[in-house]
Design a protein around this ligand. Structure first.
Ligand code: NIG
Ligand code: FE
Length: 414
């Protein structure tokens, strides 16, 4: 197959590693560009003329006037849940904070009963539909966390759902165990016992069934302290999990520094991360994943310091944080708009952060995130005249076609 004659073909060809500093502004654009795809992989990219001279195809996709680019990689989501929490959205508008709502019985805890009471089959169907919609927004790789079961059986159920969807849908899904998302109500006055269960039951059980690649934790003043997080993450590491963290989202309690100490693969949120912790993340090679749609949806102002991070050489990545509470957002396109407006990222930086850097944040940069020969043919044909149009036209879907490993998996027929 050849996708032919794109007005701009964003290859993002470049260094085989996370992109930093000025590399984040390099989209390696080919004008009038074509991509050759075979057996789900990219074979070649080049100008229309050079590709036409060298390759024949039995299928030609005309991308005239459009932008062709890598599929989005969304490296932080919570897509498995039962009920939605739009009431909390309105409570926030009326003046309550996220933490106040959590402490009054809303928040993560209010999603627990639903997941515990719902069958694996029903959770599977609900989550499948959500992820179909996410694919229609151009996401071709997704990290997905458990964390609304908070008991061994329900966490395993959530992870099984995630692993089943991975088999069913045309999207790469990377599962993460997030049993340390909150203390369930029955252990709120006996935190040590829940930590014991996490360390002695849940982590070993998830490892034994091979259901997750990463272990994540919500390190925050009202949830897991730095000392508790260190203790849990060490056990996770001993069981072979790699580490991701929810760090310094609301209060700067030292989550990002712990991520550096634990050599986490990523530290996410970081709205309150200090300059010192940013430097320690850089030294330890921790990738910052910024989630501006969460700040937006919480009605807050503490967007992460993306400029400082980029200027200090951190390979910033972006994600939606799709979840039923703080951020019910499917679309990496909207995240890009917010990143440009609220964090002053250039359009190119935001695109790099949503594709190749996001792929590296999931340790998949060799396979995904750019349109280079040998990589998976995860390709978007975008209904846009130039890449700069992406954040500028917001609130609707700029996607014309989504290809996953060379297969058309979504088409917008407007
Ligand atoms: O990433 N911060 C912790 N977890 C989610 C919120 C989940 C929820 O409120 O249900 C987040 O924002
Ligand atoms: Fe999250």
């Amino acid at each position: 197959m050849i996708i032919q004659d794109a007005r701009e073909l964003l290859t993002l060809a470049g260094k085989k590693g996370p992109r930093c500093y000025e590399e984040m502004n390099e989209l390696a654009i080919i004008e009038k560009g074509s991509v050759v795809v075979k057996n789900g992989r990219i074979v070649a990219v080049g100008t229309k003329e050079s590709i036409a001279a060298e390759y024949n195809a039995n299928r030609i996709i005309d991308a005239r006037g459009k932008v062709v680019m890598p599929g989005f990689v969304d490296p932080h989501t919570h897509p498995v849940f039962f009920g939605t929490r739009e009431k909390e959205f309105e409570m926030r508008i009326l003046g309550k904070s996220y933490v106040e709502i959590s402490q009054e019985g809303g928040g993560i805890r209010s999603s627990i009963a639903g997941v515990r009471q719902t069958s694996e089959e029903e959770l599977y169907q609900l989550s499948l539909n959500r992820i179909r919609r996410i694919i229609s927004c151009g996401t071709t790789t997704l990290e997905a966390k458990s964390g609304y079961g908070l008991s061994t059986a329900s966490e395993l159920k959530m992870l099984r759902v995630i692993n089943r969807i991975k088999q069913e849908l045309p999207i790469d899904i990377i599962p993460t165990f997030l049993g340390a998302h909150e203390f369930p109500a029955e252990y709120k006055d006996n935190r040590q016992e829940y930590i014991r269960i996490l360390k002695e039951e849940m982590i070993p059980a998830v490892a034994k069934e091979g259901l997750a690649e990463y272990c994540d934790i919500f390190t925050e003043k009202h949830v897991f302290s730095v000392a508790e997080s260190r203790d849990i993450l060490k056990t996770a590491r001993d069981y072979g999990f790699k580490i991701r963290m929810h760090a310094d989202e609301i209060e700067p309690i030292g989550g990002a520094s712990l991520a550096a100490e634990m050599k986490a693969v990523s530290a996410d949120h970081l709205g309150s991360a200090s300059s010192r912790s940013i430097i320690s993340m850089k030294k330890a090679g921790v990738i910052p994943i910024l989630l501006p749609a969460t700040i937006f949806s919480l009605g807050l102002k503490n967007y992460a310091q993306a400029r400082e991070m980029i200027d200090k050489g951190l390979p910033v990545a972006l994600a939606t944080d799709f979840n039923p509470g703080s951020c019910n957002c499917d679309s990496m396109q909207f995240v890009i708009t917010l990143s440009c407006l609220q964090m002053r990222m250039t359009v190119a930086e935001a695109i790099v952060a949503s594709t190749i850097n996001a792929a590296w944040s999931l340790q998949r940069g060799k396979e995904l995130g750019s349109l280079e020969p040998g990589k998976k043919a995860d390709i978007l044909v975008m209904d846009m005249p130039s890449y700069r149009y992406l954040p500028y036209h917001f609130g609707s879907n700029n996607v014309a076609q989504v290809y996953k490993e060379g297969r058309l998996v979504y088409e917008n027929n407007i």
